[in-house]
Design a protein around this ligand. Structure first.
Ligand SMILES: CC(C)(COP(=O)(O)OP(=O)(O)OC[C@H]1O[C@@H](n2cnc3c(N)ncnc32)[C@H](O)[C@@H]1OP(=O)(O)O)[C@@H](O)C(=O)NCCC(=O)NCCS
Length: 359
């Protein structure tokens, strides 16, 4: 830690802090691209504000900021130096955003904010009971702050469940051009495992196959009002990434992502779902049977006519989606992200994320 590290106060993020968090985001991300002589990606502060709002709505206790101390009578409000926010769905915890202003970096603030977002107790399989608990878990202990072995081992232990049940999982996605965050999270057992590629393109006609005759695609909007869509999505989500996430499906619908359910004809059992947006954004896509990826992607792109190319995020382990998209004419863009997790994340080979922050 730098000797001249800026003093800071940590407090929960409130809705009124969102503009300052967006400013921190761009101030800390832009230098990464400039250093590598890369074009700065187009800005979309509106969608970032809605994302942070979604995280504050459902994960307020995991959303923290650091601000400069302000003495009584200061004419200026305290300056926000950095912020971090994570989400938890059942037994899975995921760091969505962590950013520190350049002038306040390398002083220990990122680590302190990260610890505040950690689960407060063991991540119990199939429940979020560990959150807000006694403080006996990772965030309740300062043992990890110094980067000691105790902190590292403690995070790994706290992410598992007593009694031999399926352990919980802690994950995130880092930029592969950013060794600091990669190293910071890996010290707590969230080690980089799976590359996440951005693929852009317009599929060549006829390359992506049609669905097999026994699989039916239905837009969410065309399902009967009595259909238990939320239950079906929860089953598919638990069968892919391992947790249900109804609040995220509601968020994607508000964001204009249009969902399609894929079911076996006859019995009608669900095999997965996928989203596409008018802008050309594909995902998330979750399939219980990954052999369907080429045809499911073909179905999704056939439903939209975006003004530019389609854009999809593809985990390196989802080889069926990756091969299908490349054969259809998609090309990789920029540097991949890297999904890190405290144990191998089963199901990523059958999943295509919505975004780096929500996965
Ligand atoms: C990444 C970021 C959040 C970290 O916050 P920070 O306040 O700068 O980091 P801290 O001082 O708390 O911790 C730095 C730790 O990173 C790790 N680290 C730094 N450089 C490293 C490297 N080259 N290799 C491995 N680990 C490294 C160390 O564990 C270090 O801790 P130590 O100094 O106690 O050894 C901040 O630098 C940032 O906002 N960067 C730009 C934006 C960004 O990339 N955000 C993350 C998106 S995934």
């Amino acid at each position: 830690m730098r000797a001249d590290a800026e003093p800071a106060i940590l407090r929960p993020i409130g809705p009124g802090d969102i503009p300052a968090c967006i400013d921190v985001f761009y101030q800390s991300v832009d230098p990464l691209y400039r250093r590598l002589d890369q074009a700065i990606p187009p800005r979309d502060p509106g969608s970032l504000a809605r994302l942070i709002g979604h995280l504050l709505e459902h994960d307020a206790e995991r959303s923290w900021l650091a601000e400069s101390p302000s003495s009584t009578g200061d004419p200026e409000p305290p300056r926000i130096l950095g912020f971090g926010t994570a989400w938890q769905r059942e037994s899975t915890w995921y760091l969505a955003l962590l950013f520190i202003r350049p002038e306040a970096q390398a002083g220990g603030l990122g680590r302190q904010l990260l610890l505040r977002t950690f689960p407060r107790g063991p991540l119990a399989a199939g429940s979020s009971a560990g959150v807000g608990g006694s403080g006996a878990g990772v965030a309740g202990s300062e043992a990890g702050v110094a980067g000691s072995d105790a902190g590292v081992a403690g995070a790994g232990r706290d992410a598992s469940v007593a009694g031999g049940a399926e352990p919980g999982l802690m994950g995130t996605c880092v930029d592969s051009i950013q060794p600091i965050s990669t190293g910071l999270y890996a010290g707590y057992g969230i080690v980089p495992r799976v590359p996440l590629f951005t693929a852009i393109g317009r599929p060549r006609d006829g390359v992506l196959p049609a669905l097999p005759r026994d699989v039916v695609a239905t837009g969410f909007e065309a399902l009967p009002a009595t259909y238990a869509l939320a239950d079906t999505l929860a089953t598919v989500d638990r069968g892919t990434l391992g947790f249900a996430r109804p609040e995220d499906h509601r968020f994607w619908a508000h964001e204009g992502r249009r969902g399609v359910l894929f079911r076996r004809s006859g019995a009608g059992e669900a095999v997965g779902y996928g989203y596409a947006q008018r802008s050309g954004r594909l995902g998330p896509v979750a399939l219980l049977d990954d052999t369907l990826y080429p045809a499911v992607l073909g179905t999704l792109v056939a439903r939209e006519s975006p003004p530019g190319p389609f854009l999809a995020l593809v985990p390196g382990v989802n080889h069926r989606a990756m091969v299908a998209l490349l054969h259809a004419g998609f090309r990789f863009e920029g540097f991949p992200g890297i999904v890190g997790s405290t144990r191998p994340w089963e199901g990523l080979e059958r999943y295509m994320p919505a975004s780096f922050a929500l996965l």
